[in-house]
Design a protein around this ligand. Structure first.
Ligand code: SAH
Length: 619
């Protein structure tokens, strides 16, 4: 919940705008600042205070406890010019909140945290979305300062996690004497004299078996001893797991609960399918699976993303995660997990520990037709999140400023599509966070399909995220008017990879179906007759005055466009940076714009007055 603290008329009016923009997220706190602000601070996840920074600091100073737990507080000045994160910039979300507030109020976010100002990753939130936690005692301030001042810092990681890049002075490799270090490990590490930040990745799962009425102290001691003997950090345990028949085994529930671990229950039939090193016929006879602890550990370690595991499993729920595999996962349930502690037993309990292999992440990112403000915020976030960015050189140049320092850029030229797709997939399969960039929408006549084909053929277990982009047809349609108001087809006229007969067959079908047609790849220096041929096919079925519009470089500085008819249009002006839209037999020119009517089935006016007097569109 976001608390809104306003004490002046202007503040209250602005608070009302935020409340209207985010109706389910906000609560207003009125009254004197001296009571309203502390109340909101105590009750909310974050606070927007329409107060001076000084007043806010004075009121909150006695209440501040820890930057890891305090709510984020954003101050907005009386004239709504600035949104200033005052506390909890990272962990409290105040930087993000300031940007959101600024977007609603038309203010400027004033971000003062050093790492954000320099475009680097803030160490205290690094990898948080993957579930990395910071080992207490880590020297965030010293290592952060070393990174920002350009000193060398080593980065040592047990496994490759799909993390954002760190600046180039953070170099992968072993720790070195006298050099500050970042460690990403689930193993216990020796104390160092140099500044060190240790991240605990959510890589371990603890499998538990127990006989009736096992005391929680016994099972807890067995767990702690197993981890300690193997030199593993409990902070890396993402979950504990057992068989569903143990749902009411109190000692087991308590032992997991005391350690703050979600407990996942697997069906006995699921556990029985997992190959384990130490199956037991006695256990099979009693429970129905030859292994509980080892099988549950392996299964819990192998299921999808660590972050989702911890948020969805509650001790009381039966989870059947293997029935919902990741979209591109074709591997067997436990193939990306390995047993690191084989089962150990005490009088009434069994424990085993498995380690997960992190899944790499492939974001297929559409960067839109060209204009920066047609690039979606989600695409920006994915570009900034990627450690490896793959794409055509000219598109990567367009978004270069959004790629973080330290990221690896793999740019290649036209014609190398297949290699690009395969490189991106291989990088993701190695565990990295990869963005595969395409113009417009990266799935429309672009890299999305070859990349997913490559991933699918190899049966790779990677997480794939698609970020839609404004495709050329939409960008061009907006320039021309509303040509896509009714059914339409997109057809690429490139016969480099598609036989011309197939393309011609589709154009003929679109002509017969009276579809508006958007022609991608309409012409190039080598392909100069295809568009003419396609237009002739359409002209055979549509009136000569059917509008034809083209837009070159839609949304880019060099944008140009024109509207003609099937009778007057000259295909010689078209090149490969152009998109051509041919109207259907119903498409008209209205005040110089191309409009395809929506063709309501009923007669009568298209709009009517609603009860409130506002114009309501009938759909
Ligand atoms: N993935 C891209 C399309 C790639 S195919 C998208 O979704 O837009 C390349 C073709 O798209 C070009 O030959 C041209 O026909 C069209 N195109 C891409 N960007 C364009 C732009 N800004 N203006 C006009 N046409 C464009």
């Amino acid at each position: 919940m976001i608390g809104l603290v306003a004490v002046t008329a202007a503040g209250r009016a602005a608070a009302a705008r935020l409340a209207a923009a985010w109706p389910d997220e906000t609560r207003a706190y009125d009254g004197p600042a001296a009571t309203a602000l502390p109340t909101a601070f105590g009750a909310c996840d974050s606070v927007v205070a329409f107060l001076a920074v000084g007043a806010t600091v004075r009121l909150l100073a006695p209440l501040l406890a820890s930057k890891h737990r305090d709510p984020g507080v954003v101050c907005v000045d009386e004239t709504l010019r600035f949104a200033i994160p005052v506390t909890g910039a990272h962990a409290g979300g105040a930087n993000d909140l300031a940007r959101r507030v600024a977007a609603v109020l038309g203010a400027e976010p004033v971000i003062t945290t050093a790492s954000d100002a320099s475009g680097a990753v803030a160490l205290d939130g690094f990898g948080a979305d993957l579930g990395l936690v910071i080992e207490p005692g880590s020297d965030l301030a010293a290592v952060g300062t070393a990174i920002l001042s350009g000193q060398r810092v080593t980065l040592t990681s047990d496994q490759t996690w799909p993390l954002p890049p760190l600046p180039p002075n953070v170099t992968p490799g072993e720790t070195q004497r006298g050099v500050p270090a970042i460690l990403i490990t689930d193993r216990q590490v020796p104390e160092r004299d140099e500044p060190t930040v240790t991240y605990r990745p959510p890589s371990l799962a603890v499998g538990l078996g127990a006989s009736r009425d096992v005391p929680s102290a016994e099972i807890g001691a067995l767990i702690d001893e197993a981890l300690a003997t193997a030199g593993l950090s409990p902070l890396s345990v993402r979950a504990a797991a057992t068989a569903d028949v143990k749902q009411d085994e109190r000692g087991l529930l308590a032992a997991a609960g005391e350690r703050g671990w979600p407990l996942t229950f697997f069906r006995v039939s699921q556990l029985a399918e997992i190959p384990v090193p130490h199956p037991s016929e006695t256990v099979r006879a009693a429970v129905g699976t030859p292994s509980v602890a080892e099988a549950a550990a392996l299964l819990a370690a192998s299921i999808s993303s660590p972050a989702s595991t911890s948020s969805t499993s509650s001790p009381a729920s039966i989870s059947s995660p293997v029935s919902t595999p990741s979209p591109v996962s074709t591997r067997s349930p436990a193939s990306n997990a390995s047993l690191v502690v084989p089962k150990r037993t005490s009088a009434h309990a069994t424990v085993a520990v498995a380690r997960a292999r992190p899944r790499g992440r492939l974001a297929i990112v559409g960067i839109g037709p060209g204009a920066r403000d047609l690039l979606t915020p989600r695409a920006v976030a994915e570009l900034r999140r990627a450690r490896i960015v793959v794409g055509l050189d000219q598109y990567l140049r367009q978004v270069q400023d959004l790629i973080r320092p330290g990221a690896t850029i793999r740019s290649s030229g036209l014609g190398q599509e297949q290699e690009r797709a395969e490189t991106a997939v291989a990088d993701a399969a190695a565990g990295n966070a990869v963005a595969l960039v395409g113009s417009g929408d990266a799935g429309v006549y672009a890299m999305g399909s070859p990349a997913l084909e490559a991933a699918g053929l190899d049966g790779l277990d990677i997480e794939v995220t698609g970020v839609p982009g404004v495709t050329a047809a939409l960008a061009a349609a907006a320039v021309l008017g509303a040509p896509l108001g009714h059914d339409h087809a997109m057809i690429s006229l490139s016969d480099l990879h598609t036989p011309w007969e197939v393309i011609e067959g589709r154009v003929t079908a679109a002509a017969a179906a009276d579809l508006v047609v958007c022609f991608y790849n309409p012409a190039s220096r080598e392909r100069d007759w295809q568009l003419r041929r396609a237009l002739a096919i359409l002209a055979a079925e549509r009136p000569p005055d059917t509008p034809v519009g083209w837009v070159r470089d839609a949304s880019r500085p060099a944008q140009s466009a024109a509207i003609a008819t099937l009778a007057t249009f000259d295909p010689a002006v078209i090149d490969m940076r152009t998109l051509v839209i041919v109207g259907s037999s119903r498409t008209r020119l209205v005040a110089g714009r191309v409009v395809t009517p929506r063709e309501y089935r009923w007669a009568g006016p298209m709009v009517s007055r609603g009860a409130s007097g506002s114009i309501r569109e009938e759909t």
